[in-house]
Design a binder for this molecule. Structure first.
Ligand code: G3H
Length: 288
């Protein structure tokens, strides 16, 4: 690995602007049943409310388990994403083949707790049944320039995940510049992230096409350098079919068809599933 100080890249305003204009011009061409179903199958169906209860966790799991009976022939969502406390009830009730359980961990969403607590929370969440763990980088330390600390912490949490996949949230709305988003993306990937994710959904701005373009460009760069394919997850504020198609367009434009599946692409969303289903079914659906 290059030293962290080597993770630098300058972006001209025009470069990012043109890339986003290109996506805005092209995404309507992706509007067909096949791509809408693909977007649906890439959803991390999310509930991350402090009011969540075991019964909400069970309801989520039951809805996903019964999906293929209600909507025969349609691919299910990629995963259910919950707080750690709900992992056992989702594990117990989720009967759908191929749908993973993702959980946020390590002091989500602020990440402002102790390293040993983060490790313990992550290990316990995996032991209880999570297949995927979503953590937030230590944003304050990153912005203060303590990149080694951020790198080491992600590495430690990757180890704590064992066989579970690690998604690393950059909270791009706090990082602000393309240069900072690029650097955080490379730190996360070199430290072992299986996915990099834009946002927690708990601060504004959440996911943006600009951040998505920079992150996917960093994923391509990292893949060319190392041969390892890291996934991409935009999350936070994505609720319409148009928005989902715009993020899919970014992925296709920058990373290509190899990334157009739920092994390497997810959309973290609490309000998107019914809207995509409505388009797919052709009448208003309020299933989830
Ligand atoms: O990780 C997923 C996000 O928290 C979901 O955000 P959202 O509720 O704005 O869709």
């Amino acid at each position: 690995m290059k030293s962290i100080n080597g993770f630098e890249r300058k972006f001209a305003d025009e470069e990012v602007k043109e890339a986003i204009e290109n996506v805005q011009n092209k995404y309507a061409g992706y509007r067909n049943d096949e791509t809408l179903e693909l977007a649906f199958s890439c959803i991390d169906l999310t509930t991350l409310n402090s009011t969540d209860t075991e019964s909400r966790g069970k309801q989520f799991a039951d809805n996903v388990s019964n999906f293929s009976i209600q909507f025969p022939g349609l691919a299910n969502v990629g995963a259910i994403c919950v707080y750690p406390k709900l992992v056992p009830v989702v594990r117990k009730n989720l009967k759908a083949e191929g749908v993973n359980i993702a959980a946020v961990s390590a002091g989500f969403p602020s990440s402002m707790t102790f390293a040993d607590v983060k490790v313990m929370e992550t290990k316990k969440t995996v032991e209880l049944g999570a297949d995927e763990i979503d953590i937030v980088i230590s944003i304050g330390d990153f912005l203060a320039g303590d990149y080694e600390f951020v790198f080491d912490e992600i590495k430690q949490l990757k180890e704590a995940c064992g066989d579970a996949h690690l998604k690393v949230i950059l909270e791009t709305g706090a990082l602000k510049t393309p240069e900072a988003i690029w650097k955080a993306s490379l730190i996360a990937m070199h430290a072992g992230a299986d996915f990099i994710k834009t946002s927690t959904g708990k601060m504004e701005p959440a996911a943006t096409l600009e951040a998505a373009w920079v992150m996917t460009t960093a994923i391509r760069h990292y893949s060319e350098e190392t041969g390892r394919k890291v996934g991409f997850k935009p999350a936070g504020g994505i609720s319409t079919a148009d928005e989902a198609l715009q993020y899919l367009t970014v992925v296709d434009e920058v990373l290509g068809k190899e990334w157009m599946n739920n092994q390497l692409f997810r959309i973290g969303a609490s309000r998107l599933a019914n809207n995509l289903l409505t388009e797919l079914v052709g009448e208003e659906v309020k299933y989830f």
